[in-house]
Design a protein around this ligand. Structure first.
Ligand SMILES: NC(=O)c1ccc[n+]([C@@H]2O[C@H](COP(=O)([O-])OP(=O)(O)OC[C@H]3O[C@@H](n4cnc5c(N)ncnc54)[C@H](OP(=O)(O)O)[C@@H]3O)[C@@H](O)[C@H]2O)c1
Length: 248
């Protein structure tokens, strides 16, 4: 395979928010394996961010980790500037940072509602807005991490589901508003098993309800991110459910 074939993202710079661990980390490693230089952000997971950065550098690419609260305009502006200063630009932005929680509908407070929206919807808007001028210069891409919960109603996750449904719409709005320079797409993961013991009974139940008879794994979300990172630029405004058919 040619150098470009095995490393389709060589010379590209990727910024992934909230990528110290879990799905963000998996996407960072996959995009780095494809040759991209990778900047990750973290909020509280500084040790995991350091570990992920070391693992990224072992893939012989440039990597850096920056602390950034995606709800804070000044921090987001500072982060984008620092990524551009250090890595020379941004080709692909992955809006991954998010909050998730289970709350009975009647118990949902305004502060919980607002906090979820501030991170899951306003965050991707803010980071994207600040990255636009850099992405435009490089015929860039934005990949949002939505959710099956943004496509299907979950009774104990009203705020989360609504925040992700809004992010799906934001994907389509940005795809139109930022064309033709920037392609904007969204991955909507279903049940992704990250091997946590506490969730095992729930995941076993969900696997039975899933047409593919299993839950997803992090590498499958990372593969979807690699797809949107390398797909024809003509593909834009799409919401790709990666859910084994659970949402059907
Ligand atoms: N896991 C799943 O099964 C699943 C299913 C559907 C959709 N998704 C979506 O896929 C994405 C990744 O999933 P995940 O489970 O890996 O996510 P996660 O662990 O819930 O969150 C990812 C990261 O977001 C960061 N974060 C939270 N609030 C932030 C803020 N205000 N500013 C900056 N960073 C913040 C956290 O960073 P620190 O750790 O540094 O604090 C966290 O590590 C998310 O958008 C999620 O909603 C996941």
């Amino acid at each position: 395979m040619s150098q470009t074939g095995s490393r389709p993202l060589a010379d590209k710079v990727v910024l992934i928010t909230g990528a110290a661990r879990r799905l963000g980390r998996a996407m960072a490693l996959t995009l780095a394996e494809a040759g991209a230089d990778v900047a990750i952000t973290f909020l509280t997971s500084s040790r995991e961010a350091q570990r992920t950065t070391n693992d990224l550098r072992n893939l012989k690419i440039r990597a850096l980790a920056l602390r950034c609260d995606v709800t804070d305009e000044k921090e987001v502006q500072k982060t984008i500037k620092e990524v551009v200063r250090t890595l020379g630009g941004i080709d692909i932005l992955v809006n991954n940072a998010a909050k998730y929680e289970t709350v009975d509908f009647e118990k949902l407070t305004l502060s919980r509602w607002d906090a979820i929206f501030a991170t899951n919807t306003r965050g991707p808007f803010l980071v994207s807005r600040e990255a636009i001028k850099h992405l435009r210069r490089r015929t860039g891409r934005i990949i949002n991490l939505g959710s099956l919960g943004g496509l299907r109603p979950w009774a104990t996750h009203a705020h989360y589901c609504c925040s992700k449904a809004a992010l799906h719409m934001l994907t389509k709005v940005m795809a139109k508003a930022l064309a033709p320079e920037i392609a904007v797409n969204c991955i909507a993961p279903g049940m992704i098993d990250l091997g946590e013991k506490a969730t095992r009974p729930f995941f076993q139940k969900m696997a039975k309800q899933t047409p593919m008879r299993r839950n997803g794994i992090a590498e499958e979300i990372a593969a979807a991110a690699l797809f949107f990172a390398t797909a024809p630029h003509f593909i834009t405004g799409q919401i790709l459910a990666v859910d084994g058919g659970l949402g059907l």
